[in-house]
Design a protein around this ligand. Structure first.
Ligand code: MG
Length: 375
């Protein structure tokens, strides 16, 4: 990765803006069904210009303890004041914020905003800064649990027709072999993987082993996120490669998980590990161990999607990511829409994250604005 050569910049103001984007399809979590993406958008004003970022914390704490309201409060009360305290550069944001425990998604948003401001000021793209080697990336699509298998297949049919290169199905006990078998029957050998979000236990090894015959790319986070040993045990019992998502909270944990035999694939999400710079370090650990990696998704608007595309262009991202076109999620995105071309999305090459919100969309979708300044 190129060295940070910029001087520290003074952050004069942090704008915390909530936006609501209606979802094309409802998104189910353990806590309910979302019909819109309620996102926190961070804009910082510095002496060298502005920087933008999206905080990926979801509306409710069903994926991890973080949620959008909590992330905003953490920035307002603790993280924001630390950032405003004295000049900072992107390479030192994480260390500055480390005095606050947890809140990786909130921290990631602040670090990304600083990175964006820094890179815009020096006319450098995030892709270049992170070490990208591709100008477009292969895209997959993630599909939630449906009311029926027929409904699920109809939804997937639209994505396969649109050109997505692989499909990911959410599974849980009672909704696993049946939808996977139906997928294979209808779509043949279209690359397929499944995500359990920790819904199984090691006692379900036989049920999970029943997925072996379908040639899945991987099974993502089958067991509890804090149990690497159980994942290592499961890896010895089933053939489908195990991928970890929620469990991987840092490069250090990634190394430990790989060395413990708990996974042979890692889903990298910058928000989950505290930012893009740590995400690159997770990527580096994967490469060092010959472990496949791919870029996860958190229902990002175009702002978060742009930055994820830069990350997914690194050489160790060897599997298609959960990187979908804007139209998969929103009828109206916050930015110019990302459009799938031959199963790929272009990696932004303009300075910083390479995109900014469209002023009209930003105005129409905003529900609140809060501004933090140095007291
Ligand atoms: Mg997952």
């Amino acid at each position: 990765m190129p060295n940070v050569t910029d001087d520290a910049m003074r952050v004069r103001e942090i704008e915390l803006r909530r936006v609501r984007l209606p979802l094309v399809r409802p998104f189910r979590t353990a806590l309910g069904t979302d019909h819109e993406r309620d996102a926190l958008i961070v804009r910082i004003a510095t002496d060298d210009g502005e920087g933008w970022a999206e905080c990926v914390a979801p509306r409710e704490p069903a994926y991890s303890p973080e949620w959008v309201g909590g992330a905003q409060a953490a920035i307002r009360e603790f993280l924001g004041p630390l950032l405003l305290e004295r000049p900072v550069d992107s390479g030192t944001v994480a260390a500055r914020l480390a005095r606050v425990k947890g809140h990786p998604m909130a921290k990631a948003a602040l670090e990304t905003a600083v990175l964006d401001a820094e890179l815009r000021a020096t006319a450098t793209s995030l892709a270049h800064r992170l070490g990208a080697v591709r100008t477009s990336v292969e895209c997959g699509v993630a599909v939630g649990i449906a009311d029926s298998v027929a409904e699920l297949l109809d939804e997937i049919d639209g994505y396969v027709t649109a050109g997505y290169r692989r499909v990911k199905l959410k599974i849980r006990p009672g909704w696993d072999v049946e939808p996977v078998a139906a997928f294979r029957k209808r779509f043949g050998d279209v690359p397929l993987q499944v995500d359990a979000n920790g819904a199984y236990t090691l006692a379900d090894a036989t049920a999970l082993g029943a997925l072996d015959e379908f040639g899945l790319l991987l099974i993502e986070q089958p067991l509890a996120e804090d149990d690497l040993a159980a994942h290592a045990g499961l890896a010895r019992l089933i053939e489908t490669p195990i991928c970890l998502d929620e469990s991987i909270t840092s490069a250090r944990v990634a190394r430990r998980a790989i060395e413990a035999g708990a996974c042979s694939v890692i889903c990298i999400k910058p928000g989950r590990v505290g930012g893009y710079l740590e995400a690159v370090r997770v990527h580096d650990v994967c490469r060092e161990h010959d472990v496949a990696a791919w870029c996860g998704g958190m229902l990002e608007t175009g702002l978060g999607r742009a930055a994820n595309l830069a990350l997914a262009a690194l050489p160790g991202f060897t599997l298609p990511g959960d990187l979908s076109a804007s139209a998969r999620y929103f009828t109206r995105d916050l930015t110019a829409p990302f459009v799938l071309v031959d199963g790929h999305l272009p990696v932004p090459s303009a300075p910083g994250i390479g995109i900014a919100p469209e002023p009209d969309a930003l105005r129409d979708l905003t529900t609140s604005i809060e501004v933090l300044v140095k007291p």
